[in-house]
Design a protein around this ligand. Structure first.
Ligand code: ZN
Ligand code: ZN
Length: 385
């Protein structure tokens, strides 16, 4: 019983509120229609009323009835003001509400657009190194015998058997002995043997031996047939061309090493995207293979030539990849918040009045100077297209 009384009490309050709302509604006048799109002229006379089919708008009859095509009941044709231009649109007030159309006046200003690009991760071409045979010989031993291995600068890669290197080492040891025994000779003679020693060192250096290897040969006085070749850089072995026991010529490429601490992402931009793109613009991208992570970078290069087959232009960005998460070959989706200035030129507002390197858009300075990566003179960001 007590419950029932409570419900009744609550209902009384509710009914009271509804009544108040009802009377308020009567007193508040209807808001003025703020429609900015041309609305239909409702004052046209019934003589000009045209009837149409909601399925076949080309059916326009002066009398009501059925559609001659689908036999649906015809409906009165609205918004027939007759004063509309081809680029104008007329909607009834109810249609505008249904379409929830918002309008703003047209004006000049900075245009913004979000550009979406698809791309692929590639090796940074400037960070690929080759290990080639500097002398003809035989691959005696290959310490790195499959691709994908990470090697550090200075790691031994292979041993090359080379009779030529053996001869050059003998010459070096001989020259060294001559210098040691030349103390009693004339200044000219001493100078001569020293020059010979320097030349035989240089010869071995040109055969790919490191200074420390040459010093070791000089001090040990025992030439060897085998020379060890070390990696000139840190990276991942992406190609291996030789097998143990194979003979190689001077210049034969044996290993290719790629430094993956920085990679390239090459995006394909359509012709319609081009007006929105500019050197130095920020790009964020994500890869399906790395869920939940987004990466940032800048447009470092926009290909001046359009690919005739795909009708796209290659847009390149440099990406720092210290953890090696981003792997060459991955597909990525990029987004650019593009901005056009009043002249319709794509700009990066962050780079306004800054100095940047034409090769390294990530290098941004307030004053002119040199790029810390490549040493090039920095240029005004506005001068880059
Ligand atoms: Zn019809
Ligand atoms: Zn640079």
């Amino acid at each position: 019983m007590e419950n029932f009384m409570n419900i009744l009490k609550n209902n009384k309050i509710t009914i009271g509120l509804i009544l108040i709302a009802f009377f308020l509604g009567l007193w508040i006048p209807n808001g003025d229609s703020t429609a900015k799109v041309a609305t239909n002229n409702e004052s046209h006379s019934s003589e000009t009323q045209v009837w149409t089919c909601s399925m076949h708008p080309n059916v326009q009859l002066p009398v009501s009835g059925q559609c001659p095509i689908c036999f649906m009941d015809l409906i009165p044709l609205e918004s027939e003001s007759g004063s509309l231009q081809p680029n104008q649109l007329s909607m009834s007030e109810s249609a505008m509400k249904l379409a929830s159309i918002e309008t703003i006046p047209a004006a000049y200003g900075i245009a913004k657009m979000e550009i979406h690009l698809s791309g692929k991760v590639e090796f940074d071409e400037s960070r690929i190194g080759n290990i080639t045979a500097w002398v003809p010989g035989r691959l005696e031993r290959m310490f790195v015998d499959y691709t994908g291995i990470t090697v550090n600068k200075g790691d031994h890669m292979m041993e090359l058997y080379s009779p030529e290197v053996y001869t050059a080492q003998e010459e070096l040891i001989q020259a060294r002995k001559l210098v040691e025994s030349s103390s009693g000779q004339s200044a000219f003679g001493q100078k001569n043997v020293k020059a010979t020693l320097a030349a035989s060192r240089e010869k071995l250096r040109l055969m790919g031996l490191l200074d420390k290897q040459i010093k070791k040969i000089e001090s040990s006085e025992s030439p060897t047939n085998l020379i060890t070749v070390y990696s000139p850089m840190t990276g991942v072995v992406i190609q291996k061309n030789g097998v143990e026991g194979a003979y190689v010529k001077t210049g034969t490429n044996i290993y290719t090493i790629a430094d993956l601490s920085r990679v390239w992402v090459i995006f394909d931009a359509y012709e319609s995207d081009l007006p929105w793109l500019a050197f130095g613009q920020n790009i964020t991208f994500s890869a399906e293979a790395i869920p939940g992570e987004t990466f940032k970078g800048h447009i470092a290069f926009i290909d001046p030539v359009l690919d005739a087959k795909t009708r796209t232009v290659k847009v390149r960005m440099n990406v720092q990849n210290p953890d090696g998460l981003i792997k060459p070959g991955m597909f990525v989706q990029g987004t650019i918040q593009a901005t056009l200035d009043g002249d319709g030129k794509a700009i990066n507002p962050e780079l306004a009045n800054k100095w940047i390197c034409p090769m390294h858009p990530e290098v941004v300075r307030d004053q002119k100077g040199d790029c810390e990566v490549c040493g090039m003179d920095l240029v005004k960001s506005e001068s880059m297209g």
